[in-house]
Design a protein. Structure first.
Length: 135
């Protein structure tokens, strides 16, 4: 397994197709990657099997998005690797004394996945899942 902070738009396209996400243009994915705060890709045998992105203002609010794992690699811990690595990178980049809220918008009943990654689900206070990072 290899973890990279950079993936290609073509790899992103192929990974999205593996989970049957809406077809978009490779050029749009390149723009999305270029405008991401952080990107993580997990590779097995030089093939992208999992990825995730974080977008946001780098100060107060950020969003985990495009957390994708190839179907044949799901439920094996790769998604958790992606999420925890993104959270660690964000926290490492924070300034001392800074506090930042990282959110995710779970779909298809995957709230328990994000909770296993250390995020909180408290619908009385906030929609979706979240975690406050402090440094």
């Amino acid at each position: 397994m290899k973890i990279s902070r950079k993936i290609s738009a073509e790899e992103f396209y192929e990974l999205r197709a593996s989970v049957e996400w809406k077809n978009v243009l490779v050029s749009e994915l390149l723009i999305a990657l270029d405008n991401s705060m952080y990107v993580i890709g997990v590779y097995e045998n030089d093939s992208l099997i999992a990825m995730g992105r974080m977008v946001g203002d780098k100060v107060f609010k950020c969003l985990l998005t495009d957390i994708i794992v190839r179907p044949e690699y799901q439920n094996k811990g790769y998604g958790k690797i992606v999420v925890t690595k993104l959270l660690k990178i964000a926290q490492d980049d924070m300034q001392t004394g800074q506090k930042m809220c990282i959110e995710a918008a779970p779909t298809n009943g995957n709230i328990p996945f994000y909770v296993k990654c250390g995020m909180k689900y408290n619908p009385e206070e906030q929609e979706g899942v979240y975690i406050w990072l402090k440094k």
